[in-house]
Write a protein that binds this ligand. Structure first.
Ligand SMILES: NC(=O)c1ccc[n+]([C@@H]2O[C@H](COP(=O)([O-])OP(=O)(O)OC[C@H]3O[C@@H](n4cnc5c(N)ncnc54)[C@H](O)[C@@H]3O)[C@@H](O)[C@H]2O)c1
Ligand SMILES: [Zn+2]
Ligand SMILES: [Zn+2]
Length: 377
């Protein structure tokens, strides 16, 4: 490739400061260093975690940054020591890592890795080193990925190589939201055949959780959202009952308990709100109910009465649906074999320079996923 070994100047959407629109800028992307890969991003989804950083987390050390962590692209060049990837490979950059050597990678019960961005300073939601500069300033790589850019650089331990004919403007969604929600149901909650489930929050993450509950054989899936416009989509993914907390005066946990003879077997919180997390826990049946935190927030403490857990409920959390890097190409294959839905999540297709419109659509609850088309293949 003509660009290998050289700095690439390209377009990216830069978040210079919290609460402000992203600005399209020309940035410089340095060549990949040892064990790194430079990727041409073809398409990227917009996930609520991008909005969380911009509008909710707003960490003062977390800017300027290039957001975006749900992308897919093509390897442009590789750094020294990279043997498993070559220019032209189709890949999904990931906000998780799998070095295969650390004690977390070697432990079968987690997909965490000591070498991921979150092991450095998780609070700024970015790697502390970056290959990006703009106007002479270092620009952070959000969640180690930065897919709102025509080019990005990742360590090979955070890149999944996928099927050569995978449509990148669809499978990009497996870089975060869909893998997360689906895996939270099948891997973390371990939803059982014949069970009753409740999913709180019906964005792409929650809808993917509904899809996971259905794939695991749940017989009843209660979809909960304060936006009733989300219910028809939830039905497409397998929800059987629909509850809008705004339609009820009593706590939602009580409504669900009355519907299910004491509570659901599994609940999944896909909103990122600590009071909803508590409701989701309290909506589980005592004795064996399992509640999973999927929504992302690190702003507030949560609380619950200890008796909730003493009575036999389990409260757990899910990071990227419990999938490791090796799980992602398999999800791509499942989509291509029509075993997993992806197209149904995409409500809008836009160009990268329309990223602020995509952010507004999510803020106002008018989309499930917007896919931004970043570069031509
Ligand atoms: N754990 C992880 O690894 C991980 C990965 C990706 C995303 N996330 C998080 O998952 C959450 C969902 O992401 P998304 O992209 O689907 O977001 P989204 O904004 O598209 O969807 C959130 C949904 O929650 C609904 N909602 C808001 N308040 C509610 C309430 N009180 N009760 C019920 N529903 C309510 C909204 O109407 C909306 O439909 C976010 O917090 C995101 O940061 C976590
Ligand atoms: Zn995400
Ligand atoms: Zn590791």
């Amino acid at each position: 490739m003509a660009t290998a070994g050289k700095v690439i100047k390209c377009k990216a959407a830069v978040a210079w400061e919290p609460n402000k629109p992203l600005i399209m800028e020309e940035i410089e992307v340095a060549p990949p260093e040892a064990h790194e890969i430079r990727i041409k991003i073809i398409a990227t989804g917009v996930c609520h975690t991008d909005l969380y950083h911009l509008f909710e987390g707003k960490h003062k050390d977390g800017f300027p940054a290039v957001l975006g962590h749900e992308g897919a692209g093509i390897v442009e060049s590789v750094g020294p020591g990279v043997t498993r990837f070559k220019p032209g490979d189709k890949v999904i950059p990931l906000f998780i890592s799998q070095c295969r050597e650390c004690r977390f990678c070697k432990h079968p019960q987690t997909n965490l890795c000591e070498k991921s961005w979150s092991s450095e300073r998780y609070d700024i939601m970015s790697t502390t080193t970056s290959r990006f500069t703009c106007r002479g300033q270092k620009i952070l790589q959000f969640m180690g990925t930065s897919t709102f850019s025509e080019y990005t650089v990742l360590n090979e331990i955070s890149v999944a190589k996928i099927h050569d004919s995978a449509p990148l403007d669809k499978v990009c969604l497996l870089g975060c939201g869909i893998a997360t929600g689906y895996g939270a149901a099948v891997n973390t909650a371990k939803v059982q055949p014949g069970s009753t489930c409740a999913v709180f929050g019906l964005g792409a993450v929650g809808l993917a959780a509904v899809m996971g509950c259905k794939a695991a054989g749940a017989s009843r899936i209660i979809a909960v959202d304060v936006n009733k416009d989300k219910f028809p989509k939830a039905k497409v993914f397998g929800a059987t009952d629909f509850v809008n907390p705004k339609d009820h005066d009593k706590p939602i946990s009580q409504v669900l308990a009355e519907m299910t003879n004491g509570g659901v077997d599994f609940s999944l919180e896909c909103v990122g709100n600590t009071s909803v997390m508590r409701s989701a826990l309290e909506s589980c049946v005592k004795g064996w109910g399992v509640s999973v935190l999927v929504g992302w927030t690190d702003m507030d403490d949560f609380s619950a009465r200890p008796i909730q857990l003493i009575a036999g409920r389990t409260w757990k959390g899910s990071f990227f649906g419990g999938f490791n890097k090796d799980g992602v190409p398999k999800l791509v294959d499942d989509y291509m074999a029509k075993k997993l839905k992806l197209d149904e999540f995409i409500t809008h297709n836009m160009m990268l320079n329309q990223v602020n419109d995509a952010i507004d659509l999510m803020k106002t609850g008018k989309c499930i996923r917007s896919v931004l088309h970043v570069s031509k293949v």
